[in-house]
Design a binder for this molecule. Structure first.
Ligand code: CMC
Length: 436
């Protein structure tokens, strides 16, 4: 990888007591330089300590770049705004996986390959029937994506590039089918098979919202909105779920198992679960008049309440995805003729008040992508429990791209962090009869 091999001559000097060490400083294409501490333990017998990884680059990557201070997000160098406005989701998938935008022929071939993998093994439907009807669809997704490795043995050999690519395409293609099945199962409707004449987003909407007894016509404005939502969520460099996928993959686990691990991590309310939590919060606030009360609670250190959909570990500026999401939200509501959505009114007012409040300004807390996505997805007809599922569907390509990049790196090793041990020192076992 060019950027990192082009190590600058610069080094950082680490002084401990009367000894000092020179640590190489590496340059990326853009973004902060990194101090290479790979040999630190061997040389000094010390680890570094960075819980939450706030100052740690866990890997080298060429896929996604974020400038959190400026509010910039690039996939393979292309701004998210341009990809979301002018491209489509499968084009973004191709870009993330292969590194370049496809030519027309490459795009047609990729669309064809993805389309030909949309069905899932018929026995998967029986697997679904083992779940309780009221299971959270994310629980169903963790299990069913993990179970793909029990159905597609011919694409689990990670040392074979062909199998890696088939597994990648299979997951991008099958996630909408599985997500729609998870939804249909919880509402007691029959599973709808994919329809390969439709584009990716339209096919997903049809699998979620059509029933066998009626004709279903896809609304192009809504399918375009879903496609854009997928593009916005496609990748986000080394976030918690992506790092989970990389760590799981570093042991050589098969790609389906690794993506299932990513889905499990995404489920948490501090990560992908925030869109569900944000909408619930807007409902709890209930009216514009009650906003000050909730702002007060968000600022109170003794109250665990946080403004969901606000703040981000990396963005200390408006999340660029949130801007596009806000626009998409208005488009969807406009298309559906929803003139007054009380939750949207609360969201707009909450954002306005928070952006002027000293607490939020000081801490650089801005709306993130999840702030408006819940309102949009709800208007599209999805229940809150499906919000994170849609995030997982879209993020699958990012996870796979990052997993592939790691597996294809000749220097790849198992990820194995160390710790600062603060437990009991060595002591002798006491037989139970002598314990007090
Ligand atoms: N409401 C109120 N205060 C907040 C919030 C919030 N949403 N977020 C951060 N703060 C405060 C926090 O209390 C702390 O204050 P102080 O310095 O006085 O102790 C300060 O801001 C820094 O917060 P932090 O927890 O150290 O920041 P972090 O980088 O560890 O957390 C975060 C980032 C996204 C987990 C957090 O902002 C949060 O919990 N937000 C709400 C959940 C959310 O919307 N998550 C979606 C993230 S975007 C999609 C995704 O990545 O999945």
């Amino acid at each position: 990888m060019d950027a990192i091999n082009g190590t600058s001559a610069k080094t950082a000097t680490l002084n401990i007591g009367d000894k000092s060490w020179e640590l190489p400083i590496l340059d990326g294409t853009i973004g902060p330089q990194v101090v290479d501490i790979g040999k630190l333990y061997g040389q000094t017998g010390m680890f570094t300590y960075d819980p939450g990884f706030t100052s740690t680059a866990s890997c080298e990557s060429q896929i996604t770049y974020i400038d959190g201070d400026e509010g910039v997000l690039l996939y393979r160098g292309y701004p998210i705004e341009q990809l979301a406005e002018d491209g489509d989701f499968l084009e973004t998938c191709y870009l993330l996986l292969y590194g370049e935008l496809p030519t027309a022929a490459q795009k047609a071939d990729f669309d064809y390959r993805v389309t030909r993998h949309t069905m899932v093994h018929e026995q998967m439907s029986r697997f679904f029937h083992g779940f309780r009807r009221d299971a959270h669809p994310m629980a169903v997704m963790v299990a069913s994506v993990g179970a793909l490795s029990a159905f597609y043995h011919d694409s689990t050999d990670i040392s074979d590039p062909q199998q890696r690519m088939i597994a990648s395409v299979r997951m991008i293609a099958k996630m909408p089918t599985l997500a729609a099945m998870a939804y249909k199962y919880t509402i007691g409707q029959p599973f709808v098979y994919p329809q390969n004449e439709l584009d990716y987003a339209s096919n997903f909407l049809r699998m979620c919202f059509s029933v066998p007894c009626e004709e279903y016509k896809v609304n192009p404005v809504l399918s375009r909105a879903i496609d854009r939502i997928f593009t916005l969520h496609a990748d986000h460099e080394q976030n918690a779920s992506t790092s989970t996928v990389r760590l799981a993959g570093s042991s050589g686990a098969n790609p389906f198992a690794c993506i299932a691990a990513g889905i499990a991590c995404l489920w948490g309310p501090a990560h992908g679960g925030a869109n569900e939590a944000a909408l619930k919060m807007l409902g709890e606030i209930g009216s514009v008049e009650r906003i000050p009360e909730f702002i007060k609670r968000a600022k109170d250190k003794n109250d665990p309440f946080r403004l969901m959909g606000f703040g981000h570990r990396v963005y200390k500026n408006y999340d660029p995805r949130a801007k596009i999401m806000q626009k998409t939200c208005h488009e969807v509501l406009g298309e559906l003729g929803i003139k007054d959505d009380p939750l949207l009114d609360i969201a707009v007012e909450l954002e306005r008040i928070a952006l002027q409040d000293e607490y939020f300004v000081e801490r650089k807390l801005y709306p993130n992508i999840d702030f408006y996505s819940g309102i949009t997805l709800r208007a599209l007809g999805f229940p809150t429990s499906m919000f994170t599922v849609l995030f997982a569907l879209a993020r699958t390509v990012g996870w796979i791209g990052q997993w592939k990049e790691m597996i294809e790196d000749p220097g790849q090793r198992i990820g194995r962090p160390r710790q600062l041990y603060t437990g009991a020192p060595a002591r002798d076992y006491v037989p139970i009869a002598r314990r007090k």
